[in-house]
Structures are given as structure tokens and as C-alpha cells.
Design a protein around this ligand. Structure first.
Ligand code: GTP
Ligand code: SPV
Ligand code: MN
Length: 588
């Protein structure tokens, strides 16, 4: 497939370690993928679903212990610990190579090595980057073929260059105790052993497009971020693009695929999806910030996705989609998950592979982190700029998390550095997207805590530096929180489509069309500027959503101060200063 010596030599060196029986190059053709699907079905690795009701769709049940990213087993292996920083697990590279290659040794005996050449970003784009993943899992091949641009043409584009990211995935025994995801950013290499779960093994996604890419982005002066990208089309046809960083399972896919409420629809508003998870942002020739989505598909949370909450996502998963760890409805060989509708199947198999009757079972049928892998082009509202090699110009950056209280529905940062402060102080309740306890409030700066490939203190400095480079072209920065609750734990804000009302306020602010209330934490909306028409929300509730509770914020500032300590002398002075400003504002 290629004469590239760096590629050939690396593959040969890995073959000597893992010892595959066969080697298959993935050429990107539909015929090859179709024969792999057939083979995986024969081996019971995937199940072909009803070809009439879900054409081209498959179901996968993972090992019971392998359902989410393993953050405590994910390592950044840089020469020094300081380079990885206080928020990453660190291993010395030689130690890490010995450890994981020791586990990988001989693990392909009796198996086939699949070689996947892929591009993150449009192959034609100068922003894109190439990777090659070796895997022993057809499920991984099929997912990568949806999530990235895969095939022969990528090798042609690579030519004899040595500039590509090496990825090795070994399923091994799926032994939790020997599960490791190791990144060697200095060698542009990723090695993942003993897992089959998305973020641990689709090496183009979090491992490359965030951890390795963020490491490169600092050097090359751009940003690799855990962000959705969307365009709001106004009635006059003008489209404004924003990107938003929320932690895992906090609403990126849903916001990216937002369907406007009726009163907006009838005026002619549309929302276009450019990406739902990752953005690569660069300063364009015109000095503005431009974003591409390096992915080619969606790896989305299934539970809660319904024709009511996200009809766009439902349309996206209607064909050529892989479902992982959802319910198998045996009546008609389709799938189901909690929150899809109020009609769970009776004759079904749950995500664990056990018989399941949704009408009487007290246990859930789909895993809370069950997922769909669907081609981007299935999305009815995919932006026509999705494939634009230049990306889209960004007017606003939004940060958010899952917070029951304290953080208002929306506010605007005073300037770039304040915005970086706001991003660096995101905290969110933990979700099922990673292993560990649920619902624990944790700091997750820029939603990148699990994904930053170097010292996060330096990452903050890089953000400050990007603001200097952008100067007056810097997008405005906002904070949102869809998850505020009342005393009974009910959400105060309906969310989903109604989030467009908040986006409209954000865009109006970017265009300088409306004023805002100056508060100790930043600019908050005047109630009248949030369009609530066609919505059933009381002025009291809106008040609660837009309230800044000074006592709670004093506690928040205390927690930020505590959190910032871990960065020691790497914390940029600009952020220290922003914390001082917040503290002063709160006692004024
Ligand atoms: P990752 O793929 O893990 O990065 O997640 P994500 O950020 O794309 O999250 P996603 O959109 O899949 O949403 C995760 C969960 O949050 C789902 O259960 C949604 O139903 C819920 N959710 C999304 N948007 C909203 C909202 O506006 N309000 C409320 N209350 N819940 C929401
Ligand atoms: C996330 O956890 O943020 C995801 C899913 O988007 S994964 O690809 O597993 O990281
Ligand atoms: Mn994500």
C-alpha cells in the first residue's frame, strides 16, 4: 500500500512484538468494510439489525468492565513529569513502553492486524493531520471508518513524510487490571491495551485529536479543544458560528444538533451542525479565529436521545450506525434505550446480554454511557461548511458544565483573559462517560482536564497567549449552565431547543446590539433580553436562573483558589489576577 519507510519500519517493528497471523490494510472501500462486517457478525462481535427498519446498522455489546474511558489508566508519557503536569497521570517513556509493549507482546497470535490509515480533518485541508492505527478488532476498524476519513488516499497524501501519529491498539484479554492508554507526545505515538471502548481505542479521537494535538498546538500556536461547533442562521440568511466546551455527557451533541423552537423556526432561524465533540482552532489570514471539526462522524450518548429531545440525532442514527451497549429488541431486531420513548420492549436483551423485559424490569436496559457511532453526513442539519478545508469563523466561545446551583444560565466574560479564567474554573458533576463515581463535583478546565496532553498550567498560558495573538479579533467568551435545579432537583431551564434563546442573547452581545448587567462575575442578561415567547417559564424562575448568589460565589472563589494551588508556579499571573478581581468584586 505504501513505500513510506517510516510507515513500513514502524509496522514491521510492531509486528515483531505482537506477532499477527495476517495483516490487512484498510483501503477505505465499501466492499472491504462490508466483508469485515460480515466477518464480525459471524464471530458474534456485532449483530446485524433489521435491514428495513435500521438499514446498515449493527449492535455491539462490550465486555461488562469496558464501558467508558479509563481516566485513571490513561497516561501522558513525556520525558519529565513536569511536562505532563499536575492533572495528568505520568509515566517515564521507557518505563511505559516496556510496560505496555510487554502486555502487547504476542497478543495478535492467531489474529489479524488491521492497518488503518486515517486523516483527522479533510485530507485536502492544510489543517488536517494523518495517523495510522493498528488494531486487532474489526469493531474498532468499523468505528474508525465512520469517525475519521480512512483509506488509501491518505497514504498517497502522506507520501514519504514522517509526520504522522502512530497508534497501536491491542484488545488482549480486556483485563481491567492491565488496561492502559499511553500517550508519547514527543514521539507522536499512542498505545492502548486491554480495552475496546470508544475513547480508549478510537485512537484518532481523544488520544490524537485532543491529547497529542493539544501538545502540537501549543508549539504551532493553535488550539485543539473538546468543543462542538455550530452555526446559527438568522432569518436574513447570515450565519454566525460559535463553539462550546462542555465536559463529557454535558450536552455538546445535543446543542450541536439543536432544533429551534417553533417561534424561531417560523421566523426562519436554523442551526447548522459543524461538529459535536472536537474543534481545531487557528488564527486565519484575516486575523479571526477559524475552526474545523477534525472528525467525520458522531460518537454520541444514546440514553436520553429521542424524537422529542433531539430529532436530528434520531435521523442521524437511522442508517449505517453502530450501537454499543443499548437494548436489543428481539420483536423486530431493533434497538432501544432509556429516554427513547415510553414504550420499552418486553422481549429484549439488555446491554449485558441478559433477557430483559422493559415493562417490568427495575434495572435499566441500556448502559448509561451506551453510544451510537454515526456518519456525519447522515445529519439532516449538517453545515454545508462541514467539509470546508478552511473551517468556519468563530464569533463566540462558550464554556459550560453540569451545575445544580451557583452558575447562572448564561453570562459573558469581561474580556479574553477573564474568559480564560471562566474556562479554567469550569466544574461539573461527573458522568457515566468515564469510569468512577457519578455526580461528584470536580474542576474540569475548558472541559479538557482528561484530554490535555501537557502541563495544564502551560495550557492556560497558551490560551492567554492566543488572546494576545488574536487581539481585537478575539471572540467573546461566555459561560452557560443548562443544569440548574430547584430544591426538588427539577431542572429550572427546559434546555435542548430552548437553548437557542441563550445563543441568540450571546450573538446579540457579539454584535453589540444589546446591553447587559454588570455583576461581580461578569455581564448578565437583562431579563427582557432573553426571548421567552412561546415558552412556559415564570419570571421567578427566570430570575433564579439569572441570579448571582454572592454567598455561593464566595464559596466558589474559595474552591477556585484551592484548585489553582495544584498548578504552583505554572499558573499564569493573568489568572491569579482574575481570581483577585473576582474576590474583590464579591466583597464590594
Ligand atoms: P460526550 O459525547 O460524552 O462528549 O457528551 P456530550 O457533551 O456530547 O453530551 P450529550 O449531548 O450527549 O448529552 C449528555 C446528556 O445530557 C444526555 O443525557 C442529554 O439528554 C443531556 N442534556 C443535553 N442537553 C441538555 C439540556 O439542555 N438540558 C438538560 N437538562 N439535559 C441535557
Ligand atoms: C467523551 O467522553 O467526552 C466522549 C466519548 O466524547 S469518548 O470518545 O469515549 O471520549
Ligand atoms: Mn466528548
Amino acid at each position: 500500500m505504501t513505500k513510506n519507510e517510516s510507515v513500513i519500519n514502524w509496522i514491521e517493528s510492531v509486528k515483531r512484538i505482537v506477532k499477527p497471523d495476517n495483516v490487512v490494510w484498510i483501503d477505505g472501500s465499501e466492499s472491504q468494510l462490508e466483508s469485515l462486517r460480515g466477518e464480525a457478525c459471524k464471530r458474534n462481535e456485532i449483530i446485524k439489525l433489521n435491514p428495513e427498519k435500521c438499514p446498515g446498522c449493527y449492535l455491539r455489546r462490550s465486555a461488562l468492565n469496558d464501558v467508558a474511558r479509563a481516566e485513571d489508566r490513561t497516561f501522558i508519557c513525556t520525558k519529565t513529569k513536569e511536562e505532563a503536569g499536575p492533572t495528568n497521570n505520568w509515566w517515564e517513556p521507557k518505563f511505559a513502553y516496556d510496560k505496555v509493549l510487554g502486555i502487547a507482546k504476542n497478543s495478535y497470535i492467531g489474529k489479524t492486524m488491521y492497518i488503518i490509515p486515517y486523516s483527522m480533518g479533510m485530507p485536502e485541508s492544510k489543517f488536517s493531520k494523518i495517523g495510522i492505527e493498528l488494531t486487532d478488532s474489526i469493531y474498532t476498524v468499523l468505528n474508525m471508518a465512520i469517525m475519521t476519513r480512512v483509506g488509501k488516499n491518505i497514504l498517497e497524501k502522506l507520501g514519504d513524510s514522517n509526520d504522522w501519529v502512530r497508534g497501536l491498539h491491542c484488545s488482549c484479554e480486556l483485563d481491567e487490571e492491565k488496561r492502559y492508554v499511553c500517550h508519547f507526545p514527543e514521539d507522536k505515538t499512542i498505545i492502548s491495551v486491554n480495552s475496546g471502548y470508544g475513547g480508549n481505542v478510537l485512537l484518532g479521537k481523544k488520544c490524537f485529536a485532543l491529547r497529542i494535538a493539544s501538545f502540537l498546538a501549543r508549539k504551532e500556536k493553535w488550539l485543539a479543544e473538546h468543543m462542538l461547533i455550530l452555526g446559527v442562521e438568522k432569518p436574513n440568511g447570515e450565519v454566525k458560528y460559535v463553539c462550546a466546551a462542555f465536559p463529557s455527557a454535558c450536552g455538546k451533541t445535543n446543542l450541536a444538533m439543536l432544533i429551534p423552537p417553533q417561534i424561531y423556526k417560523s421566523k426562519g432561524y436554523k442551526v447548522w451542525c459543524v461538529g459535536d465533540d472536537i474543534a481545531w482552532l487557528r488564527i486565519g489570514k484575516d486575523g479571526r479565529l477559524w475552526a474545523i471539526n477534525p472528525e467525520n462522524g458522531f460518537f454520541g450518548v444514546a440514553p436520553g436521545t429521542s424524537n422529542k429531545s433531539n430529532p436530528n440525532a434520531m435521523a442521524t442514527v437511522a442508517k449505517n450506525t453502530i450501537f454499543t451497549n443499548v437494548v436489543h429488541n428481539l420483536e423486530d431486531n431493533t434497538v432501544w434505550w432509556e429516554g427513547m420513548d415510553n414504550n420499552p420492549p418486553e422481549n429484549a436483551v439488555d446491554w449485558k446480554g441478559n433477557p430483559w423485559n422493559g415493562k417490568i424490569s427495575s434495572e435499566r436496559g441500556a448502559h448509561p454511557n451506551s453510544r451510537f457511532t454515526a456518519p456525519a453526513k447522515n445529519c439532516p442539519y449538517l453545515s454545508k461548511e462541514f467539509d470546508n478545508p478552511e473551517g468556519v469563523p468563530i464569533s463566540a466561545i462558550i464554556f459550560g458544565g453540569r451545575r445544580a446551583s451557583t452558575i447562572p444560565l448564561v453570562y459573558e466574560a469581561r474580556d479574553w483573559n477573564h474568559g480564560v479564567f471562566v474556562g479554567s474554573t469550569i466544574s461539573s458533576e461527573s458522568t457515566a462517560a468515564s469510569t468512577g463515581k457519578l455526580g461528584v463535583l470536580r474542576h474540569n478546565p475548558m472541559a479538557m482536564m482528561p484530554f490535555c496532553g501537557y502541563n495544564m498550567g502551560e495550557y492556560f498560558s497558551h490560551w492567554i497567549e492566543m488572546g494576545k495573538l488574536l487581539g481585537k479579533n478575539a471572540p467573546k467568551i461566555f459561560s452557560v449552565n443548562w443544569f440548574g435545579t430547584d430544591n426538588q432537583g427539577n431542572f429550572l431551564w427546559p434546555g435542548y431547543g430552548d437553548n437557542l434563546r441563550v445563543l441568540e442573547w450571546i450573538i446579540n452581545r457579539c454584535e453589540g446590539k444589546i446591553g447587559a448587567k454588570k455583576t461581580p462575575i461578569g455581564f448578565l442578561p437583562y431579563e427582557k433580553d432573553i426571548n421567552t415567547s412561546g415558552m412556559n417559564i415564570s419570571s421567578d424562575v427566570l430570575n433564579m436562573l439569572l441570579n448571582v448568589d454572592i454567598e455561593k460565589w464566595k464559596k466558589e472563589a474559595g474552591k477556585i483558589k484551592e484548585f489553582y494551588k495544584i498548578f504552583e508556579n505554572k499558573l499564569p499571573p493573568e489568572l491569579k489576577n482574575q481570581l483577585l478581581i473576582l474576590e474583590e468584586n464579591l466583597i464590594k
